[in-house]
Structure formats: C-alpha cells, structure tokens
Write a protein that binds this ligand. Structure first.
Ligand code: NAP
Ligand code: GLV
Length: 306
C-alpha cells in the first residue's frame, strides 16, 4: 500500500516515520510534483496540483477537523474524504473555551489590571444565571465544550443543523430556531464548520440579537465572522468583548484592528492543535478500516461540506 503525504505547514519526517510504524508494510512518501500514484493521501492544505496528479486516490485523510480548505479544491470523485475526529482536540477546545468564558465572567482581566496598578479592589459577584453560553455547532468539539461548560453550572444552549439532545443543554436546530438561540444567549461560542451556509454567520444582524453585554468566542474559522460588524458592536457597547483564535487571513496582518482593540483577546489559531501521535494512530486505523471495507468514522459528506 502506498501513501503520499502532503502537508504545507509541518515537518514531514516524524509523520512519515510515524505512519510507516503504524502501518507495517506501507510505503509512505512525501509528495513532490511528479510523484508516483498512491493509494491514500494524508494531507493538510495541499495545492490543487496534488489532486490533479493523484486522480486514482482511494482515501484522503485530512490532518485536522475542518475540511473547508479541501472543499475549495477539485478532489478525485471516487476518493473517500475523512477528517480527524477528536484525536485529542476536544479536551483542548473545552479548556480553551471554558478558560475564555470564566475569564470574562469572573472579570480576571480587570483583576489583572488592578494588580498591575497596585490596587486591592473587589468586584461585585455576577450572576451565573445571567451568563448563558450558546454553542453553535454540537459536533465532536461543540458537544464536548457544551458538556464542559455545564460543569461550571453556566446555562448552556446549543445550536446544530439537525436536532440534538444533550442532557442539560437547551437545544435549538436549523435556521428556524436560530433567532431564538441567539436571543437566549449571552456568550456565543462558534464551533461550526465553514460551509456556504455558515460563512459570515456572525454578522451585525445576528450578533445584535445576543443579550446585552454579549461576548463572542470564535474558535472555528475566521470567515464565520464579519470583522467590521464585530468592531461596530464592541464600540457601540452592545458586545462586551471577544476572544478570537481564528481569522480571515492567518497570520493576522500586522495592521488589522483586532490586534489593538481593547475588548479583544486573541491567540494564533491554537485553541485545539493537531497532536501528531494521536492523529497518526487515528489515521492509520481509518486507513486500515477503509482497506478492509469496515465502517470509517469521520467521513465527510461533500454535499453538506463537513
Ligand atoms: P463536526 O463534528 O462536523 O460538527 C459540526 C457541527 O456543526 C454539527 O453539530 C453540525 O450539525 C453543525 N452544523 C453544521 N452546519 C450547520 C448549519 N448550517 N447550521 C447549524 N449547525 C450546523 O465538527 P467538529 O469536529 O466539532 O469541528 C468544528 C469546527 O471546528 C471545524 O470544522 C473547524 O473549522 C474548527 N476547528 C478549529 C480548531 C482550532 O484550533 N481553532 C481546531 C479544530 C477544529 P449536525 O450535528 O446537525 O450535523
Ligand atoms: C484546525 O483548525 C482543524 O480544523 O483541525
């Protein structure tokens, strides 16, 4: 079995040796233009040329949960596209989002500023019941995040495409219930895949429906958020702040206003990193399952785009 590896932003060597160790007998090689045909591909953000030269692929394994970059390319129609599911990302996402929610709710930024000013000052405790958190996207990551938030007794709402029942989470589904979800939410967490249906989903109109003092946590993709609309609503005071991990252009350009906005905290697309060992083990398992005709978890539906 031949596996070709094409990943633009990572050191290939440990992946190649790791995949070879996990798939005894397989030949794993770094893709170069003109490389011989392979059975399966392990990829992150490959160029179109990669698929044009590998039309025979049976399986394409994405080194990440989001497949939006691949959905923009012409993929071999017979190939099964498989995303990472969890592989160590959901716990990271849960800790990132809980940290952001708690930091906002408990006003830790304010305490830090007080400390730097040498000030010993208390803030009035806020009511947890007033900080309902709404998680958009209740998939592998969103569900874990919703469950983690419940541990801290925040009221949790969830929005997905199809109806989902998670104990203790007030569920909303589809376009018809989106407004009700937003109006029931103060802290909005985005864990949607980026598809034509979800692009620009956080805009002036939708974010205005959040409860006053709303807060935005975007950990999915930058193109879910209309940047100028966020800034307008932060400056008007309708929104209290935002924690952003993903951006339309990454790295975030030096002149972008998010860098210096006093109500924005940002991190460099790091809320849930791909962990190499977990990912290699998962991808190897998926390749073997596909080869044997067994069910494979995380197959992407090209019609839905995720
Ligand atoms: P997933 O398992 O595919 O879950 C997607 C969820 O979004 C599902 O609940 C789905 O609804 C819902 N959804 C999709 N389209 C929708 C629509 N039009 N309206 C309402 N709900 C919709 O994805 P995941 O593994 O949780 O990952 C989510 C995203 O996180 C990825 O696509 C990626 O962009 C992002 N991500 C970011 C990082 C980072 O470091 N920042 C790391 C990993 C992933 P159904 O349940 O009804 O299908
Ligand atoms: C990272 O952003 C991923 O989609 O896994």
């Amino acid at each position: 079995m031949k596996i070709t590896f094409c990943c633009t932003d990572t050191k290939a060597e440990p992946w190649l040796t790791g995949l070879e160790a996990a798939l005894p007998g397989a030949q794993v090689a770094l893709w170069q233009p003109g490389a011989p045909p392979a059975d399966h591909a392990v990829v992150w953000a490959p160029p179109q040329q990669f698929f044009d030269e590998q039309p025979q692929l049976k399986g394409i394994f994405n080194i990440g949960a989001g497949v939006d970059a691949l959905m923009k390319l012409r993929l071999p129609p017979q190939a099964t596209l498989v995303r990472l599911d969890d592989a160590g990302m959901s716990v990271q996402m849960a800790e990132y989002v809980c940290h952001a929610v708690i930091r906002h709710f408990r006003e830790f930024d304010g305490y830090e500023a007080d400390m730097r000013a040498g000030q010993w000052s208390y803030r009035k405790p806020r009511h947890r019941a007033d900080f309902s958190v709404g998680v958009m996207g209740l998939g592998v990551l969103g569900e874990r995040v919703a469950r983690a938030l419940q541990m801290f007794e925040f009221p949790v709402n969830g929005w997905s495409r199809s109806v989902k029942t998670i104990a203790g989470v007030r569920g909303f589904a589809g376009v018809a219930q989106f407004d009700d979800f937003l109006r029931a939410t103060r802290v909005l967490v985005n864990l949607l895949p980026l598809t034509p249906d979800t692009q620009d989903v956080m805009n002036r109109e939708t974010l205005s429906k959040l409860q006053p003092g709303g807060y935005v946590i975007n950990v999915a993709r930058g193109a879910h958020l209309v940047d100028d609309d966020l800034i307008t609503l932060l400056d008007s005071g309708h929104l209290a702040g935002a924690t952003l991990d993903v951006f339309r252009t990454e790295p975030l350009p030096a002149e972008h206003p998010f860098w210096t906005h006093p109500k924005i905290s940002l991190t460099p697309h790091t809320s849930a990193r791909t962990l190499r060992e977990e990912s290699i083990a998962q991808i190897a398992g998926k390749i073997m399952a596909l080869e044997c005709g067994d069910p494979v978890a995380g197959i992407v539906d090209p019609e839905r785009g995720y």
